[in-house]
Design a protein around this ligand. Sequence first.
Ligand code: MHF
Ligand code: KIV
Ligand code: MG
Length: 276
Amino acid sequence: MKTILDFYRMKQANEKMVMITAYDYPSAKAVEKSGAELILVGDSLGMVMLGYESTTDVTVADMLHHAKAVRRGAKQTFVIVDMPFMSYHISLEESLHNARRLFQETGAQALKVEGASAQVLELTERLTAAGIPVVSHLGLTPQSVNIMGGFKVQGKDHASAHRLIEEAMAIEKSGSVMCVLEGIPEPLAKLITSRLTIPTIGIGASPSCDGQVLVYHDLLQYGTERLAKFVQPYADLNDITTKALHAFVNDVKESKFPTAMHTYQLDPDVTLDGGE
Ligand SMILES: Nc1nc(=O)c2c([nH]1)NC[C@@H]1CN(c3ccc(C(=O)N[C@@H](CCC(=O)O)C(=O)O)cc3)CN21
Ligand SMILES: CC(C)C(=O)C(=O)O
Ligand SMILES: [Mg+2]
């Protein structure tokens, strides 16, 4: 398994890092086989796996349930688990309690938190001191969808761009080991990536980041329909799934399935009473 030191080395060598989300056993197995170095158990699971409108309905229990399944499917890959909405904002004590559970009970390599508020920076320091690596997430931070007024690109104007640069410097200073940059303009992503020692992983944040992340179901077009501008679909599992299920339904209705090869027989010498 790659470690955080390998990721620093890759940044220095200009070698791209790839992160893909996974939410369950089969997706974790598939990502581990793909050659991606990092798996993110994203709280996006609330939207792509559970059908919520945003990530603000996701709980610590949801994250534990999915992250444990991911770990069983991918034992050799660096796994990062999202801390869900409000699980790290009520008090430092409760945040540390939730972080301990999400790290220890899932066997993850790191936890991810959104934003760079004073509270999140303090938590980052405390977790780092305790030995839990923290990945930051800046820019379009989906847990703040109701503050941003939608999933909107961030850092487009002078003030917010400079605020994001300050946040990036602050999270690195607090001990963060990696930073996801989501939904920000290319020049800003490029500047932040060059200013930081830790790797940046982009999603809708240009090719200038040290690595890229996409949501598994967006990559494969599986269950998701409306795709953000930053998504490149590499397959159409919706189409494959629809066609396969339709073929099964038709075969049953037309008595073409099951056939002899799917059917069990009695032992040769047995006849059943009541049969013809
Ligand atoms: N399937 C899925 N993929 C994701 O990448 C994802 C989730 N779900 N759920 C959690 C968050 C939400 N994310 C999103 C969702 C929508 C846009 C989106 O539609 N953005 C507009 C930007 C509009 C603008 O400000 O210009 C776009 O058109 O791309 C972006 C990020 C990223 N995450
Ligand atoms: C979009 C990525 C970075 C994420 O945080 C998630 O999948 O939850
Ligand atoms: Mg997330």
